[in-house]
Design a protein around this ligand. Structure first.
Ligand code: NDP
Length: 433
């Protein structure tokens, strides 16, 4: 704590992992002797830099950007870039720390990293977004590379931003290095199913948790927070698997549509028109918009938090349990507070932490890197099949590890221990690095 003052989200993420690792250190005392935990909590490298840019009126703005290269024991640093005014070092470090374990869980050769900026993209024109991305890459390019560090998207960074970032990287370096960024457009090296991957993966994971209890998503009522990239494709896959999503949201309010959220409308509002979710009621008179409403008070069988960190607290968790919710899977990173997690676990519902449940995005990013390395392009069905297999394997590994370490059904412990052991073994094999 003293070493990283004020980084509350980072402390929270580290605490959540460390409190489950006790049994591993008993089984593998060599990890404690060689101080693997102390080493894993310290990023290998942290970069903080200035991003100056000009808006459409000629006014100058200065933002701050970060790239935290946390751990490269398993492969190049891999993790998204987030553009949101709340971004500071503590947020990027929490995301980077989580990413180490998540990436290890995928079974693919990727280390952990994360980056972002306190830039607020809301209300900015395409030209402003482009100038900001170009300015950011003018510094970032020297730190990244196909074999070093491979950024992707996150909150506020989607296909448009990745396009501008890639264009500037290519221009500065004079290299068509496809594998330097993932989440690219299909016309220049992107992977099919990457846009859908995190949301789809979260729903595949939910389906596996329910299967393990002899149940399925068929006929279930689902609530999804957010209406961004992860939320949209979680809704799509939940509908495909026979569930009905009845609510979604943004940071201003919630939409409740008892007959089922119409995804074409959400896509049109969010992906094409780039408007607020409140516009949904213009198209569906029987839907309700509640300004500043609490989505977790909407009764459901399954809850999928897909917006942001700490969006679901202890009171919300208690409400979900009281309303009969049987499963929660996190599309977002660390959306449930420690009190919320405790309530879910003591109520015995199926709770899938983000590290495991949202690993489909980074997995498909790693598949994009494979396609780029082999100059290949796979079909949607083939890529989606691989994503589904990866999510099934992650579920199985977390489930079996939880059993092995005496905590059946505890996916938090299962995910943390599975990821930690993979990274710890690699770090140990490489000597004191
Ligand atoms: P988007 O920017 O596409 O969407 C984010 C959504 O969450 C928007 O609806 C946004 O509403 C809402 N939101 C963001 N910040 C807040 C806030 N402070 N309070 C309330 N709502 C908020 O991001 P993604 O869908 O890509 O990311 C969502 C979550 O999923 C994040 O936690 C991210 O780290 C995680 N994730 C994303 C992956 C990916 O592949 N994209 C991979 C793995 C995890 P508004 O427009 O009002 O801000």
């Amino acid at each position: 704590l003293r070493r990283n003052p004020g980084e509350v989200e980072f402390h929270q993420a580290v605490h959540e992992v460390l409190e489950t690792l006790g049994p591993v250190l008993v089984k593998h005392p060599e990890f404690a002797e060689r101080k693997i935990i102390q080493r894993i909590c310290e990023p290998e490298r942290q970069i903080i830099f200035r991003v100056p840019w000009q808006d459409d009126n000629g006014e100058i703005h200065i933002n701050r950007a970060f790239r935290v290269e946390f751990n490269s024991a398993l492969g190049p640093y891999k993790g998204g870039m987030r553009f949101h005014p709340s971004v500071y070092l503590g947020i990027i470090k929490f995301l980077g720390f989580e990413q180490i374990f998540k990436n290890a869980l995928t079974g693919l050769p990727i280390g952990g990293g994360k980056g972002g900026s306190d830039f607020d993209p809301k209300g900015r024109s395409d030209a402003e977004i482009m100038r900001f991305c170009q300015s950011l890459m003018t510094e970032l390019y020297r730190h990244i590379g196909e074999y070093t560090d491979v950024p992707a998207g996150d909150i506020g960074v989607g296909g448009r931003e990745i396009g501008y970032l890639f264009g500037q990287y290519k221009r500065i370096t004079n290299r068509y290095e496809s594998g330097v960024l993932t989440g690219k457009g299909l016309s220049y090296g992107g992977s099919r199913a990457r846009t859908e991957a995190t949301g789809y993966g979260t729903v595949f994971f939910t389906q596996e948790m329910l299967k393990a209890r002899g149940d399925s998503l068929e006929g279930k009522t689902v609530v999804v927070s957010g209406s961004g990239n992860v939320a949209i494709y979680a809704i799509e896959k939940a509908h495909e698997l026979g569930a009905k999503v009845i609510a979604c949201s943004d940071s201003s309010g919630i939409i409740v549509h008892e007959s089922g959220i119409d995804l074409d409308t959400v896509k049109r509002i969010k992906e094409v028109e780039r408007r607020r979710i409140s516009a949904y009621t213009e198209f569906h008179k029987d839907a309700k918009y509640v300004e500043a409403g609490n989505i977790w008070s909407v009764p459901c069988d399954v809850a999928l938090p897909c917006a942001t960190q700490n969006e679901l607290n202890g009171t919300d968790a208690a409400t979900l349990v009281k309303n009969g919710c049987i499963a929660v899977a996190e599309g977002a990173n660390m959306p449930t507070t420690p009190e919320g997690i405790q309530i879910f676990q003591s109520a015995g519902l199926a709770y899938g932490p983000g590290k495991a449940a949202n690993a489909g995005g980074v997995s498909t990013s790693a598949l994009e890197m494979q396609q780029n390395a082999s100059r290949d392009s796979w079909s949607f069905d083939f890529t989606q099949k691989r994503l589904e297999e990866i999510m099934i394997n992650i579920h199985r590994d977390c489930f079996e590890t939880a059993e092995e370490f005496g905590a059946p059904g505890n996916y938090v412990l299962g995910a943390n221990i599975t990821g930690f052991i993979k990274v710890a073994r690699a770090m140990d094999a490489m000597g004191l690095i």
